[in-house]
Design a protein around this ligand. Sequence first.
Ligand code: GAR
Length: 215
Amino acid sequence: MKRIKIGVLVSGWGSNLQAIIDNIEKGALSVDLAVVISDQADAYALERANKHNIPAVSIGPKKNTPREEYDAVVVAELRARQVDLVCMAGFMRIITPVLLQAYPDRVMNIHPSLLPTFPGLRVQKKALDHGVKFSGCTVHFVDEGMDTGPIIIQAVVPVLDSDTEDVLAERILKQEHTIFSRAIQLFAEGRVTVKDGRVFVQGHEGRNNDVLINP
Ligand code: GAR
């Protein structure tokens, strides 16, 4: 099977990018990382890419530039690197049809909640404020909304009485580092299809007795 090329979009710390890099280097993820693109010039994620000799590009949005124009520059860069799949790993911008039409059902995002609950920012605070007993993370295909689109994979973590935002965020982030690579690998194996807004994974019917209860 052809090894697909991925492009990773980042804005900051880049721990999800690091997990992807590590999984590729370990052979657990069979894709080539063609380029890392950041909208923030000082994103530590760019340094992580440099350390691993992965092409790293900073594309800063210019003042008053429409989002479509920004996305067109990103698309040009992704195409120049022959990217097949775009992975948003902490990329804090809403993307436009310019990118979505260039990569239909081929833009993935990771988000630290069990979508569709708690889209947006400070989602761990939202989870604590609502007193939910479980939270988690989601990898989904991106559409034009904020943190919306067909869900590919989710991981669930318990919310504990002693949790602070930071403690919960860390518990979730650890799972993000597993499920993003898993989603990418399933896609790379050609096992992911989208139908009527739902994602189906070939060869994985799931089990119906995996119940989680907390407390
Ligand atoms: C991650 O928790 C990711 O889920 C979140 O930003 C963080 C980036 O961390 N993304 C979103 O909230 C998207 N709406 P990282 O830079 O260490 O990978």
